[in-house]
Design a protein around this ligand. Sequence first.
Ligand SMILES: Nc1ncnc2c1ncn2[C@@H]1O[C@H](COP(=O)(O)OP(=O)(O)OP(=O)(O)O)[C@@H](O)[C@H]1O
Ligand SMILES: [Mg+2]
Length: 374
Amino acid sequence: MGRKCLLRSLLKFSRAESRRQLPRKVFRLCHGSVPALGRRRGGPWDRLATRTVSLPVRRRFGWRGPSRSMLQVENVTKRYGSLTALDALSLRIAPGEFFGLLGPNGAGKSTLMSLVAGLRAPDAGTLKLGGRPLAVDQPATRTDLGLVPQSIALYEDLSAEQNLRIFGALYGLKGAELKSRIDEALEAVQLADRRRDQVKHFSGGMQRRLNLVAALLHRPRLLLCDEPTVGVDPQSRHAIFELLEARARAGLTIVYSTHYMEEAVRLCSRIGIIDRGRILALGTLDELLTRLPFAEEISFAESAATAPLAGALAAEGTLVTAAGQYRFRPPPGYALSGFYRRTESLGLPPRWFTSARPTLEALFLHLTGRTLRE
Ligand SMILES: Nc1ncnc2c1ncn2[C@@H]1O[C@H](COP(=O)(O)OP(=O)(O)OP(=O)(O)O)[C@@H](O)[C@H]1O
Ligand SMILES: [Mg+2]
């Protein structure tokens, strides 16, 4: 089948299918990528469903008022055989929050996203969107949800514009409205001049940007972003951040998973630290950092000159050594002015010492004994 013909039949199919819901089986598909159209394994609609979550319904999802949680996860457990990927996890996300899900590889981030998106069912617990229960066989409740999957889910043989036409059509967009939303989306991620190029000729960063706007075309109320910046160049990362921040300012609720502490800090109004299927800590950055028993960390190089100071500090607070560096964590209320007076009296120049606020990385280490990237 020629590409044009295929596209035409996809769009025709979408119109027909938009009047009813996709069969349940497509919602079981995992959060993987959408393979190229030529490859076989399920029909193209099965593959599209890995990103689109649900088909359009004319009637928008009935909202039960702004005071309720946008997303409510109660005691959700998900197992893969003997492996417990989510372990009685609970979480509430308010409308308009930019929520960060920060955790290392295998923490359960994508599994949680796939449950919220209805791609899988939990083994126990409940999920609610806007106060209404989510279930795999009730896709109509998910029309207000967009998913940016961790693996890029685009048809690489089609152009950027053709991809967006397919995703827009899946949500019932058509005609002038679809065209203007595609124009707006391509502008927003600086791909307007590449609209007719095949996605396979795009850089990884460009594909990521397109992957993101494909999930925004239908203007969801809740956007699930599963590690949307993995492997992208700084320019693309910046474009993705700018777009998400603008949408968040406009009221979009975002759940953003990452294992980059810097991204969670920059973007998110509230952060949940997740590991081994459990939320270990939850709050704003300041709230999270108060869980550390120290508020400041002073680093300096290990050397014969600094050894006497290190010896004295070990008795006053916590002193750890790593990679030729001392890290001194003073007890609460410790006067830093006294510290610097002492270094001066020992003849140690102030530039040898770096004082820093602890980071979420330090919190993760404190909570788990491991680093985020281990
Ligand atoms: N389809 C599956 N079958 C079996 N085990 C799975 C499956 N998907 C995920 N897992 C396992 O569940 C756990 C959680 O995986 P998940 O993909 O949710 O983690 P993640 O936090 O998204 O990790 P990453 O940062 O690497 O994407 C891991 O131990 C993973 O190996
Ligand atoms: Mg993942």
